[in-house]
Write a protein that binds this ligand. Structure first.
Ligand SMILES: [Zn+2]
Length: 96
């Protein structure tokens, strides 16, 4: 009886930057850091002052891991303002 040839499955090493970043954001160190920032900012958007929207912590710049940047590089934004920060060049093609 012949043994079934062991298939050497090619390892997929294509972790996109996006996926890696998402994984980093699940890190407890970041979870804690972002809570610190939101607390510092009084649980409101630093741009529009909203307190009734989902809040996110925006990186003004990056250096190493998300939780390694100084507090000055982080700012609390609501989901709306954060989205605008990210893609501020959005075509206004959609009519209401
Ligand atoms: Zn806002």
């Amino acid at each position: 009886m012949s043994r079934t040839a062991r298939r050497s499955a090619p390892k997929k090493r294509r972790t996109s930057r996006q996926t890696r970043y998402q994984a980093l954001l699940r890190d407890p160190r970041w979870q804690r850091k972002r809570l610190e920032i939101m607390q510092r900012d009084g649980w409101q958007c630093r741009q529009c002052g909203a307190t009734d929207k989902e809040l996110q912590v925006h990186h003004r710049w990056y250096r190493g891991a998300p939780w390694e940047v100084p507090g000055t590089a982080l700012v609390t934004l609501c989901i709306g303002c954060h989205g605008r920060q990210r893609r501020h060049e959005r075509p206004l093609s959609r009519s209401r």
